[in-house]
Ligand binder design. Structure first.
Ligand code: KG4
Ligand code: ZN
Length: 345
């Protein structure tokens, strides 16, 4: 079965063609990043993002099909990001996908962007065992999931304010050292000493395990102000390393606590920030000697891409229905629906 995936939720327009069934492989994965368009603003400008998606989406899909050596007539199934994301950006991908699917009578599956990130480690590791814990950490989300199987589970913790990647992007913007900030801070990390500056792990006043990252930005700026730290100096590198180390330790601590309580068979990390060198290294080391298998997405499937959309689209299609109708809420998880397990402190 050939599946065409389309992703346009934020600042990347992407199209992928995959083959699933007897053979499971990626035939093409093309991405048009908008980084150069947004770099001078230090963040994504929604109107610019929508216009850029609009300008390239048809060429991109065409390119993905040609790279896969297929035509649209060969496509058996389409999958498109339904949300969450920037509404103008989502509308471009959704409208294009609906038009193409309708014209060529191809079933179309709407896919949740976060669920697709969670699915991304399966692209290279199809045999990941359930139940699992999955940390999806990106520019828009920092959420820890528990999944009993591919389509049922609950949220254990999520950020109450900024996402981890968002804070990295904001810090890089403040110091004017590049956009997006995550990859820039990743490169700077080895230049500093992570033990120089200390950060306090946030505690929710209601006792919840939810994440909070906005305080890290305030703490970085306060350290910089109190110590009169200027960029491109050794104290600056020490501050960046200490901050990155603190964020990774925080994510790892929560994940380990839940792993001890819930004893899953597997642990996954996914999303743009899971491309981070330190995060990958610390998580790999932390679970290397445990009974729990640890998996991460390949770097190209960590940040936004259409392969993860096509991959999960196929799973939804084969699991739920072979008709053209899909409940858009089928795969969205709300806290209200599930009882949260207690974890030992
Ligand atoms: O998953 P993604 O492409 O988009 C969202 O769904 O948000 O993630 C983008 C985020 C940005 O905040 C970016 O700074 C961060 O992922 N990121 C990284 C790295 N590469 C991308 N953060 C840390 N280290 C990296 N190497
Ligand atoms: Zn994403």
């Amino acid at each position: 079965m050939y599946i065409l995936g389309i992703e346009s939720s934020c600042d990347e327009t992407a199209a992928s063609v995959i083959e699933r069934g007897e053979r499971n492989r990626v035939l093409s994965a093309v991405i048009k990043s908008q980084i150069p368009l947004h770099a001078k603003y230090g963040g994504v400008v929604p109107e610019i993002a929508s216009r850029s998606h609009y300008e390239v989406i048809d060429m991109l899909v065409d390119n993905a099909l040609r790279t896969a050596r297929l035509t649209v007539g060969d496509i058996d199934l389409m999958a498109v990001t339904q949300g969450p994301g920037l509404i103008g950006s989502l509308l471009i991908g959704l409208s294009f996908a609906k038009g193409l699917a309708f014209r060529h009578n191809i079933p179309l599956v709407p896919v949740d962007h976060i669920d697709a990130h969670l699915e991304s480690p399966f692209i290279d590791h199809p045999d990941i065992q359930y139940p699992l814990l999955a940390l999806v950490v990106s520019g828009g989300h920092t959420t820890l999931f528990y999944r009993e199987n591919k389509f049922s589970g609950h949220i254990l913790a999520k950020t109450r304010d900024d996402a981890a990647g968002e804070v990295m992007d904001k810090i890089a913007k403040h110091f004017d050292i590049g956009y997006p900030g995550g990859p820039v801070l990743d490169k700077l990390y080895p230049k500093g000493d992570p033990g120089i500056f200390s950060f306090t792990i946030p505690k929710m006043s209601d006792g919840s395990d939810d994440f909070s990252f906005s305080g890290y930005k305030t703490a970085v700026l306060r350290h910089a102000q109190l110590n009169d730290i200027k960029k491109d100096t050794q104290p600056f590198y020490d501050l960046i390393s200490s901050f990155m180390n603190a964020v990774v330790e925080y994510l790892l601590k929560r994940t380990k606590e839940y792993a001890e309580t819930l004893n899953p068979k597997s642990i996954l990390i996914a999303g743009g920030v899971s491309r981070n060198t330190l995060l990958r290294q610390k998580f790999s080391e932390a679970f290397a000697s445990s009974d729990i298998e640890f998996y991460m997405a390949s770097p190209e499937f960590c940040t936004d891409n259409a392969t993860m959309i096509a991959w999960l689209g196929y799973e939804k299609y084969t699991t739920f229905t072979k008709n053209n109708y899909f409940d858009p809420y089928l795969n969205s998880y709300s806290r209200a629906q599930f009882k949260k397990p207690k974890r030992h402190r």
